[in-house]
Write a protein that binds this ligand. Sequence first.
Ligand code: FA5
Length: 359
Amino acid sequence: MSDISSLQSDILAQVSAVGDEAALEAVRVAALGKKGSISELMKTLGAMSPEERKTQGPLLNGLRDAVTEAIAARKSSLGDAALEARLASEKIDVTLPPRAEGKGSVHPISQVLEEITAIFADLGFAVAEGPDVEFDDYNFTKLNVPPDHPARQMQDTFYVAAQADGTSHVLRTHTSPVQVRTMLNQKPPIRVISPGRAYRVDSDATHSPMFHQVEALVVDEGIHLGHLKWTVEEFCKAFFEIDKIELRARPSFFPFTEPSLEWDMRCDRSVPGQIKFGQGDDWLELGGSGMVHPRVLANCGIDPARYQGFAFGFGLDRMAMLKYAIPDIRSFFESDLRWLKHYGFAALDIPTLDGGLSK
Ligand code: FA5
């Protein structure tokens, strides 16, 4: 009995004295391993008389359980301590600003996104977001494109496998479903932009299967086409950093707007590799827009008899290509560091309207 209890206190003392997991493992093997002190004692049980076994059995089992438990507890506290030490040694202060001399640079898409956000923030717009995997209902049906409507063919859609709960999803083909999400959750007046990714089965020098759009949505009483034109004009002047621009509106069709317009900007592309805005005989396509269709407002719980809205959706990658003379849209997504070094922006040059968007 006293042998067993002194063996127990001896092993428990060793367990609490170890400084790391390797030393603890050595103590475990010496006590509970195949030839360990406790295992050897357990083997003697077989040779004992039934009477002796009755008293020694519980004592030896108690010894083995106490040591096993102590080792497990020590192992977890050593593990916690090791983790704590590792976390402390690998701590990074993410609030520290990046070093200006660092090699990292801002991708042109991120830069353009920041520029656009700064411009619209100045005009009083908030930023709204939605998921890339979107309900078919929000991407199409609530936007006045019911199932089987031929307008679904206007966008080559990536469909997601049918869900168990009966809902169907798509990779959003445009950022317009964020309009739906916003109107379902907010009452007018609404003034939001939603920059983000969109997906279509499309690939060439000016089309990418994954691309970016920026959507703008305004809903309030008394909103008309004049507000749309003014906003597009102010946005283009600020974005292209020029005072004089000339816009042209062409009639178009989108199921979710009525009337629908596409905007072009006057430009001069007579010198290869160069583009000048506000002059010349060429027109640059910006994107689609229109007055929000009354049926879309009603689908989203907004009374079309009281409120009107305008919306537009421009291709962000295309705008970046134009502003920064990037010839092929696919190069945005090739992760070529040499390309990024050439077209990227310094991390500390945050675009602001007063400080300059692109310097
Ligand atoms: C739309 O996607 C509408 N949702 C825009 C809209 C919003 C209209 C609100 C009215 C009201 P469209 O399919 O034309 O429209 O696309 C808009 C812009 O996205 C295009 O002008 C183009 O710049 C860009 N775009 C479209 N497909 C691609 C692609 N595969 N790769 C790169 N850019 C693309």
